[in-house]
Design a protein. Structure first.
Length: 138
């Protein structure tokens, strides 16, 4: 009898973190962040910046994401491990706090999980670009 491969526990770590972010559950979202996390969220790459450490990531989350978006859902759909990193593809659904404009956009993330917490994430609006990046430097 063939056995099914066990699900990757790191995929579940990411799913729980993104669910907490979408639900605006600060305690659970912060708990998902590794003490040495480096995050490059949407828009940070353009400004050539990243956020290092849970305090900086949570500050970005409160002052950029929660302050500007009435709804911001991060929806992971597909996971693929490439070496020690994980390529996640999915979508964002968001509604602007001031404008009321709704967005539904494809998204991708290159992520690393260490000790059951997210240690790195970089956001992409182009899944093909994320795929090239993860394949180029696994």
């Amino acid at each position: 009898m063939a056995s099914a491969s066990a699900p990757d526990p790191d995929f579940e770590v990411i799913s729980r973190a993104w669910a907490a972010q979408s639900e605006r559950n600060e305690e659970d979202f912060r708990a998902a962040l590794h003490p040495a996390i480096e995050a490059v969220p949407l828009g940070a790459e353009i400004a050539d910046r990243s956020y290092q450490g849970p305090d900086r990531v949570m500050h970005w989350w409160r002052t950029e994401l929660l302050a500007n978006w009435e709804v911001y859902e991060t929806i992971p759909e597909h996971f693929r491990r490439v070496g020690s990193r994980i390529l996640v593809t999915g979508r964002w659904h968001a509604r602007g706090r001031q404008s009321g404009v709704e967005l539904d956009s494809p998204a991708a993330w290159i992520m690393e999980v260490r000790d059951g917490q997210i240690a790195y994430w970089e956001t992409y609006t182009d899944a093909a670009r994320a795929e090239r990046e993860i394949e180029r430097d696994p």
